[in-house]
Ligand binder design. Structure first.
Ligand code: SF4
Length: 303
């Protein structure tokens, strides 16, 4: 392989790896010599001796020759030293950290927030909203918490979970799970405060849910923890009032959000734990499931 082609291939591999992808397929035409005759000379004998491809059908827009199967091979290649005639290859797996988990290409959080704008898609916009509480935290988190909706403190500050329930959630994350709050992302099903902290109504959830789905798709965490029944039913698509929250706890639910394979664990809302502290030990069981799933060190602890 010529030096310039090898350099181009190495640069491409580095680019692909920087994107977080672990494998890719190359079209050999990308690296075809400028002189087609030279390409014929360098092609494998089997490909050269194969019958020429059929002419395109009249009116066909594709005049490019198909890639001969005999010209495709799969070999292992490192990002810095590709095999000379590799057309299809795998990049060795790299250790993943919180900042390096492979993520699907998705729209950015800022683009989603920008589209949300000064939202008037549901009646909550006209029921005393002070601010839209979009979400807060790490832009590429391994873990996302989803609550129900902003309360009075959140509405005033424009941030999720900053009141008493927010302090308990912070304790759950930091004292319970041993993470910094800044390592996770926190948001709600509805972005505007329901009056008197009532439960969001079905039409409000339906109006806001597409933005939560897009948010989660953009964040692509390894695990989502639904805080309370409203978040659990909204994420899982289950019917509120059909069975206790307990029935959804204790396991990780696999589901698809806009084609993205999400995983959801259900636990109690911190506001409920403040009202009934006896349930904290149950919430701690849920957090241990999450910690085991994320391979976080579990230490003797309780909330
Ligand atoms: S709750 Fe959601 S859909 Fe309703 S007004 Fe606020 S941002 Fe828009």
């Amino acid at each position: 392989m010529k030096t310039e082609i090898r350099q181009s291939l190495a640069e491409y591999l580095r680019f692909v790896r920087d994107l977080g992808l672990e494998s890719t397929t190359l079209d050999p035409r990308l690296f075809a010599p400028a002189n087609p005759a030279a390409a014929v000379e360098s092609a494998p004998a089997a490909a050269r001796s194969a019958s020429p491809p059929a002419s395109p059908a009249p009116g066909s827009r594709s005049a490019s020759p198909p890639i001969a199967p005999a010209a495709r091979r799969t070999v292992a290649a490192s990002a810095g030293g590709a095999a000379a005639d590799a057309f299809s290859f795998s990049i060795p797996a790299m250790p993943k950290t919180n900042d390096q988990v492979s993520r699907p290409v998705a729209e950015s959080l800022s683009a989603i927030r920008s589209e949300l704008g000064e939202c008037t898609r549901c009646k909550l916009h006209a029921l005393g909203r002070h601010s839209i509480v979009f979400g807060d935290g790490h832009a590429q988190p391994r873990l996302v918490f989803v609550g129900e909706g902003p309360g009075a403190d959140e509405d005033q500050q424009g941030l999720p979970f900053v009141g008493r329930a927010g302090q308990l959630l912070t304790d759950m994350i930091e004292k319970g799970m041993g993470l910094a709050r800044s390592q996770v992302y926190i948001c709600n099903v509805v972005k505007c405060r329901p009056p008197d902290n009532r439960t969001p109504e079905a039409d409000e959830i339906a109006a806001c849910l597409p933005f939560l789905h897009r948010q989660l798709r953009a964040l692509a965490p390894e695990l989502i923890i639904a805080l309370g029944a409203t978040a659990a039913h909204a994420l899982l698509g289950t019917q509120p009032g059909r069975g206790p929250l307990n029935a959804l706890r204790g396991r990780i639910h696999a589901l698809a959000i806009s084609g993205w394979p999400a995983r959801v664990l259900v636990t109690y809302h911190p506001a409920y734990l403040l009202r009934d502290p006896r349930q904290k030990k149950e919430a701690w069981k849920d957090l241990q499931i999450a910690m085991h799933d994320l391979k976080l060190a579990i230490k003797p602890n309780s909330l």
